[in-house]
Design a protein around this ligand. Sequence first.
Ligand code: GAP
Length: 446
Amino acid sequence: MSTNATAAPVTMEEITALAKRRGFIFQSSEIYGGIGGFFDYGPLGAILKRNVKDAWWREIVELRDDVVAFDSSIIMHPNTWVASGHVNAFHDKLVDCRNCKHRFRADHLSSLDKCPDCGMKDTLTEPRNFNLMMQTAIGPMEDSASRAYLRPETAQGIFVNFKNIYQSSRRRPPFGIAQIGKSFRNEITPGNFTFRVREFEQAELEYFVPNDGNDVRYYDEWVTARKRWYSDYGIRQDRLRFYELTESERPHYAKAGTDVEYLFPWGWGELESIAHRGTYDLDAHMKLSGKDLTYFDEAAKSKYTPILIESSAGMDRTTLTMLIDAYNTETITDESGKESKRVVLRFHPKIAPVQVGVFPLARNKPELVERAHEIERSLRPFARTQYDEGNVGQLYRRQDEIGTPYCIMVDYQSLEDGTVTVRERDSMSQDRVGEQKIRDYLGERL
Ligand code: GAP
């Protein structure tokens, strides 16, 4: 662990309250009392999460010429999960308290002698295996023949389609296949808000490389690329660590592995795993399906099984990280010397759900309202905008709390000389800008 790392100065209570108040994240099915491990993204949260996914997609797919896009079904042939090892080995150890009936993951308890909730001694059951895959039934019969699973990771859809994809897109290793999609895990103890949930989104890159001795170099390049991505989007470097797994912490087939971790208010938590997976996954599917998933090298007239480098990031965890990392509170003093507290989310402009807020100085002056609407509409093709009106102090407070980098105020001077005030979120400094120049002004800064 980095010794000088300090978590963001915010509690999870503050984050969950802000998330609900401003429409980022709500408990799923709240009116029925909620359902453990499921969350809904509100109007701003849906945009925030989409921006996080777009930032990943842009970097991994659009800005490269060696990665292709993919989107597989959530429910796959049940044999997929036999071959992948999930049916036999995707377990957590579960213990129950015979007294309070609460359920725990054995590896989360420091001792099995005493229940951490009710405090009773010797009430915990022996640990037993609990498979984390969610089951469903296909068709009208609910028997073992109709049993299927909601995928616990998106990666397997890529592996079973490896041949379809490389043949149809005319690719040869090294090349990657990327997909973002929902995954489901029946977590025993979901918790820490959207950190450990039962339905979540993963962004996975499966990068297939030739078996020519350069595999570890590709792995190192991906670790570096992922480091750059987090730093480009402004995640504080002292709250981020790339933990290299030791040989005993890695699966037997993996030559290397790195967990990307963020220092959450409760401690370090994993955002992403980067792994050198050898030929394990393709081999496993070839064995069970009997189908050939090797790569045929036309030039060499020979075939081989490519080595896989995987980067698997949780989009809900990354979105939560963006929220927590952006959170700041400040004491500000107005012209009369009065102090007040300001909550401000310092989102990267590309991640901020609203990039430009536009307001009239007074909502009862139709000329100001109309001009503000016009400006907001004219900026829509270039930025994520929001029109709002009301008390000036409250307008800024609201936009600071949702992390809007720039706010435009239309006032009486605007009607006279066609200029507006543009306020910058972090410094709160204000510039007077001509209406015709707003687009360029914002373009340079966003
Ligand atoms: N294909 C590899 C794979 O699935 P993983 O480490 O099990 O690897 C990758 O998962 C990422 O998915 C994690 O680093 C995390 O960000 C996210 N993730 C896994 N389980 C999750 C859960 N219960 N809730 C939210 N995100 C989760």
